[in-house]
Design a protein around this ligand. Structure first.
Ligand code: ZN
Ligand code: ZN
Length: 187
């Protein structure tokens, strides 16, 4: 369906978007240490450590990536992706960092961290749009949750984020509800 690359990049986008207060309750990319640990955890390559402290542009790119989730019209997604990747410097080249095997990087070597994430995420989502699959980018279906998810399941059945284990929470709530109903009717 998608290349491994695209899936990995989309997972980085999801995790990145979900560091925002809307999902996490508080700002998880709140300082250089937090940004550095995100970068290391997600094997974001070729990052200038100077960029760890540049939170403004990072949060801005994150907000623009968030807008690509839960969109019904692919034309709308396409427009947003086009403007996102048009603003960042690109120079495609192959890399094999972190034992990932050869894969294509699109960001320029001189790109800042926020530009890097804009290009990486933007291109991955562009592939999704081109495959007619952009509806796989969703906002969590739990009523009290604004986290996002990418549904890679074969039958497109994923509705809840992993960030807060919402599916599980709702299942437990439904189970308790059924039990309460059973007790009330004497079953
Ligand atoms: Zn890479
Ligand atoms: Zn959720």
């Amino acid at each position: 369906m998608f290349s491994h690359d695209t899936q990995l990049s989309l997972q980085v986008v999801v995790d990145f978007v979900n560091t925002a207060p809307q999902c996490s309750g508080s700002e998880r990319l709140c300082d250089a240490v937090a940004v550095e640990s995100f970068v290391l955890q997600h094997h974001v390559s070729d990052v200038n450590p100077r960029d760890y402290a540049r939170l403004g542009p990072l949060h801005e790119v994150r907000e623009r990536l968030r807008e690509l989730f839960g969109v019904a019209d692919p034309a709308h997604t396409a427009g947003l992706v086009n403007s996102l990747i048009a603003e960042a410097p690109m120079r495609p080249r192959l890399s094999d960092h972190d034992d990932y095997g050869w894969h294509l990087h699109y960001f320029s070597p001189e790109a800042s961290l926020s530009e890097h994430l804009a290009v990486d995420g933007g291109i991955a989502i562009a592939h999704l749009v081109a495959a007619g699959e952009s509806d796989r980018l969703r906002v969590c279906a739990a009523p009290d949750c604004a986290c996002v998810l990418a549904d890679f399941s074969r039958n497109r059945s994923k509705r809840y984020c992993d960030a807060r284990t919402c599916g599980n929470r709702l299942n437990v709530a439904a189970y308790r509800e059924r039990k309460r109903a059973a007790v009330a009717t004497g079953d």
